[in-house]
Design a protein around this ligand. Sequence first.
Ligand code: AMP
Length: 416
Amino acid sequence: MQNISDYNFNGKKAIVRVDFNVPLNDKFEITDDTRIRAAIPTLKKVLAGGGSLIVMSHLGRPKGVTEKYSLKHIIYRVEELLGVKIQFADDCQKAQEQAAALKPGEVLLLENLRFYAEEEGKPRGLAEDATDEEKKAAKAAVKESQKEFTKVLASYADCYINDAFGTAHRAHASTALIAKYFPNDKMFGYVMEGEIKAIDKVLGNPERPLTAILGGAKVSSKIGIIEHLLDLVDNMIIGGGMAYTFKKAQGGKIGKSLCEDDQQELALRILDTAAKKGVKILLPGEVVAADAFSNDANTIVCPATEIPDEYEGMDAAPSSVEAWKDVLLSSKTILWNGPVGAFEMPNFAKGTNAIAQILKEATEAGAFTLVGGGDSVAAVTQMGYSDKVSYVSTGGGAMLEYLEGIELPGIKAIRE
Ligand code: AMP
């Protein structure tokens, strides 16, 4: 594997997998260009080094060629940010001539890779009543044609850069399979480098104490992360909807709060494992409970183990946040994933916003703070603190899998 900072791009064509999967409104206007902006330093590096670019991405989840998901809608913004005119290939598999004609400093954007089933390697258009045999045959067929699809993409360039952290947990043609065609000329882009460095700073050899704050709705969706982190952290704050499964398992009265009854045994096992490993678990003491899942509901503050029957826990109460704050401000490394309340409703966003505030203070005091996962990133962004914490991850699913200790295919393909 090569390093983008040292690689000589002079006269080379670089094929770069970026994540231009940006949200568009009804008029196909970009409503958040964060992902495009994130990729610009990598693209500029190649051009400044005398190379040319073949840029590839997916947009949305099309099941074939779909106007709505055409990458041509976003060209204007890439041109503005890069300051270079973009050429466009209407079909990512028929760009040989355009790629071959590229001169140093020129940029060719390929149409949405997912217009082809081969990008993901998953069969499409299977009849609902398809038999297992038919499904198996269709899967084998698309896997076979995926090889040719990948080879065509690879044929456009001299080197490959993966800068799409958001899809690094997928073993797709453009994110992983293509790397083998560039055994000596493959590398991470700056987005990937930044993400890997930030997560390794937390999971690799962190400055201690290391505290994780885990929130969100369900224990079941975070179990892999909890188990992996129990081997690494000193403290684990468990907030949000999933805290109530723990509280009920411990014999608490949680009213109508979110609860996964089938996960209670697991919750007790987690607490037991944590105790054996010397990991301090902090659940909310008091919570804000409401008599309906609505912003205008009546609310009370009560212990998380004494929630009245008609009420449900909606947010961490100020006293809980205060208790967490002591632990957070004495931590040297903090990882945050998931809101500690139903934060989409302003009346129940106070706990989550307070966490964002504490992370800002901890960062100012010298801690390394990493925020990952869609909702906690949204909370930090809403508070205007994206640049007040050490690192905000751009990859939702990829980040979660990384935290589970899974080696992401997009990272493995570059490293091996
Ligand atoms: P997840 O996708 O598992 O990270 O969960 C995120 C969701 O959990 C958000 O939509 C929050 O509104 C929700 N959530 C967090 N705390 C609570 C709670 N106490 N009651 C209901 N929903 C919650």
